[in-house]
Ligand binder design. Sequence first.
Ligand code: GUN
Length: 281
Amino acid sequence: MKALINGRELADKMQDQIKTEVAELQKNGIRPGLVVLLVGENPASQTYVKNKDLAAAKIGIHSKIERLPESISEAELLALIQQYNQDSAFHGILVQLPLPKHIDEEKVLLAIDPKKDVDGFHPMNMGQLLIGEPTMIPCTPYGIMKMFEAYNIELAGKRAVVIGRSNIVGKPMAQLMMMKDATVTIAHSKTADLAAVAREADILVVAIGRGHFVTKEFVKPGAVVIDVGMNRDANGKLIGDVKFDEVAEIADYITPVPKGVGPMTITMLMYQTVAAAKKQK
Ligand code: GUN
């Protein structure tokens, strides 16, 4: 291995820079604000939202968590989003996913003012990204691009494979790497001979959501391996989608879980909240 990609360290460094920028903005009377709408009691969502709140507090971003009951109606949630669309104290609105089954996620994401959509999930922002004119970028893939930059990992001409095709990670990740001139394959749970496809990758991004799914048989020696997984093992321990110990022996670069991609996702959320505040002033 050439290097462990230390997401925690990079996130701390970037958060310090964002904090300085927030202090500057405050001198001009601007306090970036982020509201997070959390519906129900999903334990993973609770943890994410708490970590977002802690990061915002550390950086000086005004942050509010709206904790809403599982029973909230779609109409009530949409009305609340409209209220925050109009509220100039909040430059960013984030609706934590997943939502309960009786609420249409597409309708909810469409209701957020694209200018306040700091997650980059609104179809308008997704479309902007797809045409190569990004405005708001989904935070996890954006954070991974910052990791490549920080570790001087070149993408042009490289073979990149993304395992996972979600709107949140897989699709925007593929697009961002393509914009940097990588040759990108999106693979997923139904891909025939997934290990062989993955083994072609110079850059392998894994977001399949299955603990320790990727073994060394999936990895070409010298590859860069990015693990987006956040799974709990039988003992409740946080584990990635990649079997770190064996893959680290053959990869050149690899991200750990925890302290890998996770802290960067939160950092990019803060970064885009500040960017949104600057644009809205
Ligand atoms: N659920 C899992 N990841 C995310 C994320 O990045 N944003 C939101 N809003 N919900 C999520």
